[in-house]
Design a protein around this ligand. Structure first.
Ligand code: PMP
Length: 384
């Protein structure tokens, strides 16, 4: 066995001992499982108009964008989507990326350098953590949703430019950021607030316009929004939304944007069709909240600010067992274990969906209530 093979085997054995080994489980197209692990909250990924728009775009433009956005990878589809995203969220301008991950990498690395202080909530997504590291800025991680800690960190920034990182609805905990307090702290210190609306767009605020819009901050010069097109919009891709000056800066300076091939035509057109459907049906997101409240109450866990319900488990193994029991009964849920959970608490992550008919939804609720009961798991523990 080579040194590397021995190292891989040792790493795997350590993961297995800790109950943390993960494997890919390919899903078949005719899979009949009720999927409460995905982020297609509004069911738009499979909507006939979204499918058709994506298929038509592939037939018209080809399977790929062909080059990076600044070379020839910007089509009229990209320009239209950027205009409509900005209009929908009330921002001056938008820039589309190949993923939400790239949107976060781009926003943060183009705004921060060695002279910058980044103040980051302890529960932000890995893409924001990686973005902060890549920027080479000084990083201060503050307790979750703690505005006073953010203020204290900003007060110590001195002459440095400062950026605060948060999510609107947190991806695993499902709670909302205190945007009013954070934005006020940023305004007082001339800091930028970067809000990742991956789980807010299409879910919260007026017709799904997001939490920044709901707080009347869409025109706020200190607030930058990032988003993904891969969750409520059912396609793929990412976006940054903000002032025209910000978008011009990112277009010229964000390396993950400049050196990446443009988003393919099919997801660009698919996301646009989904956005138009959402705009045409402003009541759609409210069903997420009705169903989410029903499920949370049934499981005895805290209600979500969005579509993500977090069910704390006593151990990684209990989380895996609960996930397996749900799957055996036809319901797929997410399972988050360390290191994906910074506080070390393993959780089931269950998402609410409007695309399921009542019968399937109610069946899923029954299954999950039984699984949680059978395990004798106390879900009443605060998720903070
Ligand atoms: N931010 C958050 C909060 C997310 O949950 C995700 C997706 N897991 C991303 C960014 C990355 O988005 P994408 O999957 O489009 O790369």
């Amino acid at each position: 066995m080579s040194g590397w093979e021995a190292w891989f085997a040792g790493q795997r054995a350590a993961r297995e001992d800790a109950g943390l080994q993960r494997t890919l489980r390919p899903r078949a197209a005719d899979d009949d499982v009720i999927d409460l692990a995905n982020n297609d909250y509004l069911g738009l990924s499979g909507h006939p108009e979204v499918r058709r728009a994506a298929a038509d775009a592939a037939l018209t433009w080809g399977a790929g964008a062909g080059a990076s956005r600044l070379v020839t990878g910007t089509t009229t589809l990209h320009a239209d989507l950027e205009r409509e995203l900005a209009g929908f969220t009330g921002r001056e301008a938008a820039l589309v990326f190949s993923t939400g991950y790239h949107a976060n990498l781009s926003a943060v690395t183009a705004l921060a350098d060695k002279q910058t202080l980044i103040v980051s909530d302890a529960h932000v997504h890995a893409s924001l953590i990686d973005a902060a590291r890549l920027s080479r800025a000084a990083i201060e991680v503050v307790p979750h949703n703690d505005v006073a800690a953010v203020r204290a960190a900003l007060a110590a920034a001195g002459d440095r430019r400062a950026i605060v990182l948060t999510e609107s609805v947190f991806s695993v905990l499902g709670d909302a950021a205190p945007l009013t307090g954070l934005a006020a702290a940023c305004a007082d210190h001339d800091a930028l607030l970067v809000v990742d609306e991956a789980h807010g767009l299409g879910v919260v605020g007026d017709g799904g316009r997001g939490l920044v819009h709901a707080h009347g901050m869409a025109g706020h010069p200190h607030v930058v929004t990032t988003a993904t097109l891969s969750k409520s919009l059912g396609a793929m891709g990412g976006a940054v939304l903000g002032s025209a000056a910000l978008i011009d800066h990112l277009t010229n300076r964000a390396r993950p944007f400049i050196f990446d091939t443009g988003l393919a035509p099919a997801p660009t057109a698919g996301a646009m069709a989904a956005l138009r459907l959402l705009r045409g049906r402003p009541g759609l997101p409210s069903r997420i909240h009705q169903r989410g409240a029903e499920l949370a109450d049934r499981l005895g866990v805290r209600r979500s600010a969005g579509a993500v319900l977090s069910v704390p488990m006593p151990s990684p193994r209990a989380a895996v067992a609960a996930q397996a029991a749900a799957l055996a009964a036809g319901v797929r849920v997410g399972c988050f274990r360390p290191p994906s959970v910074p506080d070390g608490i393993s959780r089931l992550r269950i998402t609410t969906h409007t695309g399921l008919d009542d019968e399937r939804w109610e069946h899923a609720v029954e299954v999950l209530a039984r699984v949680v009961d059978d395990l004798g798991v106390s879900t009443g523990r605060a998720v903070h």
